[in-house]
Design a protein around this ligand. Sequence first.
Ligand SMILES: Cc1ncc(C[n+]2csc(CCOP(=O)(O)OP(=O)(O)O)c2C)c(N)n1
Length: 381
Amino acid sequence: MIRADDFLEPARAAGFDFYTGVPCSFLTPTINRVISGTQYGYVAAASEGESVAIAAGAWLAGHETVVMFQNSGLGNAVNPLTSLNFPFQIPTLLIVTWRGGPGLSDEPQHELMGEITPDLLSIMRIPHHDFPTSAADIGPVIEEARHSMASHGLPVGLIMQKDTISPEDLSGAAPAVITIGDEVNHCTLGPRPSRYATLERLLAMAPDTAAIIATTGKTGRELFTINDREQHLYQVGSMGCAAGMGLGVALHRTDPVIAIDGDGAALMKLGSLATVGSYRPENFVHLVLDNGTYDSTGGQPAAASGVAFSKVAAACGYKIGATCDDLVGFDAALSTALNSPGPHMIHMRIEPGSMSNLGRPTIGPVEVAARFKSFLASAST
Ligand SMILES: Cc1ncc(C[n+]2csc(CCOP(=O)(O)OP(=O)(O)O)c2C)c(N)n1
């Protein structure tokens, strides 16, 4: 067995300075040590897919990241790993435990994933190695992972077996206390604006220092069509990951970060509201454009139309959850969000539909990520 610090300290020296994930009993000592040591930043995610998105945001904001979870959760992370990290070339060091691993008598729910864990990583083109089990192997493994991530821009996996790390106590981990936020209702119940008109208004009001992350589908395409700027990131895939990525960025700057969701995408990773509400980045604005449908795929009714996103957000610890259904209310909600400490949720009820001459980003994801990263690096804070 090695000690958690035998791995964490050389990893820190190699530049890994941001940790996120979801616990597994095989990871308990490592996570306990990361949480207890003030030198390591850790964000507890609500799902493994969300942790991948949070790490992607932290990487865009200039950090080298480590994502830790159980191999069961690798299933939850397949979508962002394949449709966010891969196309945008966003690296992270994945520590994946190996429940159901070789020679291990484990629970039935781990049997199949235990068999396929290395193959699943390989099939996702994620290079992987055994997590080091001796002190002598740690340096070379970290160095090789760092080198691979820098040269290919892709995640690297380390598969951790049971009892690799000696026990560590958990200390200094005060549970996040949620303070229920306020709700504000600006609704007039009149005709609703389009997504396009709302995005135009957003761009007219947001300062140039704001970083804007748009969810998959027509939201990103409309944003691109209105104006294409380095401070925009169009999430072409990873449905539901806008808030997670936004959180990862927002925790590392003070200028505004605006994550634009659809109602379908927000429902897909509703747990992200709780993560945002417990880490409470004051500069975070979460805009849900709610047309009640999966508009981008043909207007099918969304899973749960009519959800009061601002109530959910306030209950999860957002400072203010505002609901609006016209541009006057939107102006008021956005002005508050940009000029007072958040996190803020703006639940904007809009008409379904899009413009006829809708464009698609002509700039590829790798370039979008690179210029967004350099925007974040060059912006004042
Ligand atoms: C994980 C995943 N599931 C499904 C899709 C297909 N898909 C792309 S956009 C979209 C609809 C998104 O709906 P919503 O978030 O409400 O935004 P809207 O299209 O209404 O603006 C769907 C289902 C996808 N890209 N990824």
